[in-house]
Design a binder for this molecule. Structure first.
Ligand SMILES: [Zn+2]
Length: 544
């Protein structure tokens, strides 16, 4: 009996705790919230652990379904946002330049030294910078006399995303730059900057560098103010300025010695080298006496041409016409030898210092060069040669070394260079961004028409000069001008459709030398009996 009782109890107990019991059917939509809670409580009490999961999944199946739906939707929208943001940062949604968004930062220039005066950054309409745009950027700079200069904007978009404008200010004063992107002016008021003389530029740079010290606070203000005043007074002391002026007077030197060419009739023998480039150590030695200088100033082209007309030499149809550098109109920076056959830049300090081209005189004011002693507009074939001795002193970036060309009188001296004029045809030696060398470029009306490398951009040797020798053949009937490199015997420039005829204004030869900071250049002209032969390469081009 006893054993039965125990068994019955056990049975009863195990029966109430059994898991096989059928779950009560619960319908969430028909039950009220309070009932639901009490049922849940009872259920959890009577069915612990995994039955709870069963209950919840049963009870909340709608909610779980909705949650899963919601999670999927959320996931897909996150992926979509992710994709969009990646696209956004990878490449701009629009690569079109938004011209009003262009940012231009002007900075001050220094007289006769190459400086970055404008930094230009292009953006699209979403203010995302554009790095690979091949924008057409042109710059016009108004100098203090309101003459227009047109430097190039250099493409640095692959390096820091900007275009930079290097500029050599011809004179001190206030300048205004206008920036045109794809022909549209960004800011009609322009960007203003000033050009300072070398001395004041360095001074200002110095004071800029020292000014942040004022705010660091790690220095007692009294000692600082003493230091500044001491510094300033030493900078502006008469001793310094006297030193400066004496130095510039000392560097009043001439780079070459010209021995006059003697008339030798039509005998085609070359005179011994007329150009002796002096060592830098000898530059202080005076070569020209004051009287020579005076004679050079009073040089008369008419008188000169009378004495040299006999030296015209005809090779078949080609006239090796008498031509020389006109010393009477040369820019104050240019030194023309006594025989008018050699020209060079004066030393840096002299150039833009005290004698800028005065208005009213015949001297060139902007174009650092001179004009030939004769012009062309009558029909014929004319030939002359130019030899250029050069030495690179510093890395050439896009610096211009020299310019040789033909231009109408009314366009000469409108700018520092003649390469942008519709009435000028020039070849210029300059640092080239296309091949990283120094190249001879053919230019007309702002377009580069030819491109031939001739030197590395870095100084090769301090002592040695390199030499270029070009033959110029002008056909005023066919209106062609051909430039031949006489060393390599290659045509390096071929200009067609020159505006030249007896009814048009004549074309004058122009010769420019630039940037004495970076190069030493002397230019020499050969004509008449100094020409040994006309290069066939040039004649071949003409006969085609
Ligand atoms: Zn090049």
């Amino acid at each position: 009996m006893v054993s039965f009782k125990i068994n019955a109890k056990k049975f009863k107990k195990s029966g109430t705790r059994g898991y096989n019991q059928k779950l009560p059917t619960v319908k969430s939509d028909t039950l009220k919230r309070e009932n639901q809670n009490s049922i849940r409580r009872n259920f959890v009490n009577s069915y612990p652990e995994h039955s709870l999961v069963q209950y919840i999944s049963h009870e909340f199946q709608d909610e779980i379904y909705m949650y899963r739906e919601y999670k999927n939707k959320l996931q897909s929208s996150i992926t979509e946002m992710d994709r969009r943001s990646k696209d956004l940062f990878k490449k701009p949604t629009s690569i079109a330049i938004c011209i009003p968004n262009t940012v231009v930062v002007p900075s001050d220039a220094a007289v006769d030294e190459e400086k970055i005066v404008l930094t230009i950054r292009l953006y699209n309409d979403e203010l995302i910078p554009i790095y690979d745009a091949t924008a057409d950027i042109s710059i016009e700079i108004l100098d203090p006399d309101n003459d227009i200069l047109r430097p190039h904007a250099e493409d640095y978009t692959d390096k820091d995303g900007t275009y930079k404008v290097y500029f050599i200010a011809p004179k001190p004063g206030k300048y205004t730059a206008h920036v045109l992107v794809n022909g549209k002016c960004i800011n009609t008021a322009g960007y203003k900057f000033s050009a300072l003389g070398q001395y004041s530029y360095n001074k200002r740079k110095h004071s800029f560098r020292s000014s942040p010290r004022l705010y660091t606070g790690d220095m007692p203000s009294r000692s600082f103010s003493r230091m500044t005043t001491g510094m300033l007074s030493s900078m502006s002391s008469p001793r310094i300025s006297a030193l400066m002026s004496s130095r510039s007077a000392k560097s009043d030197d001439i780079l070459y010695r010209g021995t006059p060419r003697t008339f030798k009739g039509v005998v085609a023998t070359k005179p011994p080298s007329r150009l002796t480039v002096l060592d830098e150590s000898l530059q202080d030695a005076p070569i020209y006496s004051a009287r020579d200088q005076l004679n050079m100033e009073n040089f008369s082209p008419q008188k000169y041409s009378e004495t040299i007309t006999e030296r015209n030499l005809l090779y078949n149809d080609v006239n090796c016409i008498s031509i020389a550098f006109d010393a009477a109109v040369s820019h104050p920076s240019i030194e023309v030898s006594r025989d008018s056959l050699t020209m060079a830049l004066k030393s840096t300090k002299q150039i833009y210092g005290s004698t800028p081209g005065k208005t009213g005189t015949r001297r060139l004011r902007l174009f650092p060069g001179t004009i030939g002693t004769r012009s062309f507009n009558k029909p014929g074939l004319f030939y002359w040669e130019i030899s250029i001795k050069f030495k690179i002193l510093r890395l050439i970036r896009r610096t211009v070394l020299f310019e040789i060309g033909l231009a109408r009188n009314d366009v000469i001296d409108k700018s520092f260079r003649n390469d942008r004029s519709p009435f000028a045809w020039v070849v210029s030696g300059s640092g080239c961004h296309l091949c990283g060398k120094v190249c001879l470029h053919g230019w007309h009306n702002g377009q580069m028409l030819s491109h031939h490398p001739f030197s590395d951009r870095i100084p090769l040797s301090i002592r040695s000069y390199s030499k270029l020798h070009y033959g110029c053949l002008l056909d005023t009937s066919k209106r062609h001008w051909i430039v031949v490199d006489l060393k390599s015997r290659k045509v390096v420039a071929h200009f067609k459709n020159l505006v030249v005829s007896p009814t048009e204004a004549p074309l004058w030869p122009v010769f420019g030398i630039y940037n004495p900071e970076q190069t030493h250049i002397t230019m020499e002209i050969f004509y008449g009996s100094d020409v040994s032969r006309i290069p066939e390469e040039a004649l071949d081009v003409l006969s085609i």
